[in-house]
Ligand binder design. Structure first.
Ligand code: ZN
Length: 434
C-alpha cells in the first residue's frame, strides 16, 4: 500500500467529509483507506507527505471535443453571423480538414493539458468526416498513453450523406468494442451531432442499436426551428419517440428546451450536460439550470472544448445563473450539486467504477494542489474555496487509477515539451489545409 499523508482532504463522499491532517491509502488502482493520518495503517510500502497540500477527487469533464485542440489561435476569415455560421466557418471546416495524425495529436494535446490541470476523466464527442473509420482508436491510443479515462463517441451526421452517417455509426460501434477491452478506462456512447443535421432514417438506424446516445440538443434556436420545419418535431421529441432518451444517454446544452420537454427528459433519467462558457461564446442563450433542476433532470457540467478543466466552467455556471435571474444569492447549491454530485454520478455510471469521490473502494483518481487555505476550509466552506481560489491553485500531483502521472506539476511519464512541439507542427499542417 502507498500512503499519502498529512494532507487536507476534500472527499466529496456521501458525508462530504473534509479531513485535516488526512491520509489516503492506495493499493493497485483503488483507494483502500481514507481518514486521519494518525489512524492510518503502519505497515506500508511507501509514505508520501503532502503537508500544505489539498487533495480532492480528480476533475471530471462531462462533455468536450478533443478534436478542437489544434484550433487554438485559429480565426475564421469570415465573421460568423450566427451559431450556424460558427459551425460553417469554423468547426465544420476544421473537422473536415482533420486527418488521422491531426486526430491523434489533438487528442494527445487535449488530454495532456487536461491531466496537467488535474482532470482525470473526459467524456469526448469527436468528428472527423474525412477520416471516420479508425478515428476513435486514435483517440483511445492517445488517452491510454496519457493515462486518463475517456469516453468515446463519434458525431454521426447526414451532412455528408447517409453513407457518411452510417460510417459514423460503424465507428461508434468500433468505439464500443474498444471500450469493452479496457473496462473502467475507456467507455463509449453512440455519438450524434444534433437533430438539425440528422435525417429520420439515420435516427431510426441508431435507435435500432438500442444503446445510449451522446448528442447536442437545442443548443441554438436554429436546431429547434430546423427540426420542427423539416420533421414536424422538436429535437428532443425526435429522440424521445425513438427511445433514445435513457439513463445511458447524455444530452448536451438544452438551452432551448420547453417546460414539457424538461419533464420528458427528467422522466428518462438521461443526463443533461451544461456548458455555459460555450453557450455564451456562441451567443446561443443561457440554459435555465434552475428550471431543469426543479424538473428533476440529472445535471452535469462540461467544457465543450473551451478549456482543459471544469474549474472556470463551474464558476461561469454560477455567475450566469445570477446574471440571468438578477439574484446575487441564486445558484450556489444548484451549481455545486450539478458538478459535485452530477459529474461524479455521470462518470461513475459511464465507466462502471466509483469516480469523483474519495472513499474506500473508489478508483484512486485524485489531484493534489499547492494550497494553504488563507481562511478556514471546512465542509461548509470548501465549495467557496474551490470557486474562489482552490480551482486556480497550482497542481502538484495527479494520480489516476493509482498511478502517479504528475509530480511537481510536471508529467512524470511523458515528455510534454516534445508533445507541444509535435502539436505545433501538426497544427501548422492542419491550418494550411484549413
Ligand atoms: Zn459539444
Amino acid at each position: 500500500m502507498r500512503l499519502y499523508t498529512d494532507a487536507l482532504i476534500i472527499t466529496n463522499d456521501s458525508e462530504d467529509r473534509v479531513i485535516e491532517a488526512g491520509c489516503i491509502g492506495v493499493e493497485d488502482e483503488s483507494i483502500v483507506f481514507v481518514g486521519h493520518t494518525k489512524d492510518a495503517p503502519r505497515d506500508v510500502e511507501e509514505r508520501i507527505s503532502l503537508a500544505h497540500r489539498v487533495v480532492m477527487p480528480g476533475l471530471i469533464v462531462a462533455h468536450t471535443h478533443l478534436y478542437s485542440f489544434l484550433a487554438r489561435g485559429l480565426a475564421p476569415s469570415v465573421a460568423p453571423e450566427n451559431f450556424v455560421g460558427v459551425l460553417e466557418h469554423v468547426w465544420w471546416r476544421l473537422d473536415q480538414a482533420l486527418g488521422p495524425d491531426d486526430v491523434y495529436w489533438s487528442a494527445m494535446g487535449g488530454a495532456v493539458s487536461a491531466l496537467l490541470r488535474g482532470t482525470t476523466t473526459l467524456i469526448d464527442h469527436h468528428a472527423s468526416p474525412s477520416c471516420i473509420g479508425g478515428s476513435l482508436e486514435k483517440i483511445a491510443i492517445a488517452l491510454g498513453q496519457v493515462g486518463i479515462r475517456g469516453a468515446l463517441s463519434y458525431e454521426i451526421t447526414d451532412r455528408h450523406g447517409h453513407e457518411g452517417a452510417m460510417a459514423g455509426m460503424e465507428e461508434n460501434l468500433r468505439g464500443m468494442a474498444l471500450a469493452a477491452r479496457s473496462p473502467g478506462w475507456l467507455a463509449a456512447r453512440m455519438g450524434l451531432h444534433a437533430s438539425f443535421t440528422l435525417d429520420d432514417a439515420t435516427l431510426d438506424a441508431v435507435a435500432g442499436q438500442g444503446c445510449g446516445v451522446h448528442v447536442h440538443v437545442a443548443e441554438d434556436r436554429a436546431d429547434v426551428t430546423a427540426s420542427v420545419e423539416r420533421f414536424g418535431e422538436t429535437p428532443l421529441q425526435r429522440l424521445s419517440r425513438r427511445g433514445l432518451l435513457s439513463p445511458e444517454s447524455i444530452i448536451v446544452h438544452g438551452v432551448h428546451l420547453t417546460g414539457d420537454e424538461m419533464q420528458t427528459l427528467a422522466s428518462s433519467k438521461a443526463f443533461l450536460v451544461h456548458n455555459p462558457r460555450s453557450n455564451m461564446n456562441n451567443g446561443v442563450g443561457a440554459a435555465d439550470l434552475a428550471a431543469m433542476a426543479s424538473a428533476g433532470i440529472p445535471l452535469a457540467i462540461g467544457t465543450d472544448g473551451m478549456g482543459p478543466d471544469p474549474g472556470p466552467e463551474v464558476m461561469t455556471a454560477l455567475v450566469l445563473v445570477r446574471h440571468e435571474q438578477g439574484d446575487p444569492a441564486a445558484g450556489w447549491d444548484l451549481v455545486r450539486h450539478a458538478y459535485c454530485a452530477g459529474n461524479a454520478e455521470l462518470a461513475s455510471r459511464t465507466f462502471g467504477r466509483t469516480l469523483g469521490r474519495l472513499e474506500v473502494g473508489a478508483e484512486a483518481d485524485f489531484v493534489v494542489r499547492v494550497y494553504d487555505p488563507p481562511t478556514p476550509l471546512t465542509p461548509a466552506t470548501w465549495w467557496g474555496h474551490f470557486l474562489f481560489g482552490l480551482s486556480e491553485s497550482p497542481v502538484d500531483r495527479v494520480v489516476v487509477g493509482g498511478r502517479e502521472l504528475v509530480r511537481g506539476g510536471e508529467a512524470v511519464w511523458l515528455d510534454a515539451e516534445m508533445i507541444w512541439r509535435a502539436c505545433r507542427e501538426q497544427a501548422g499542417k492542419l491550418w494550411s489545409r484549413w
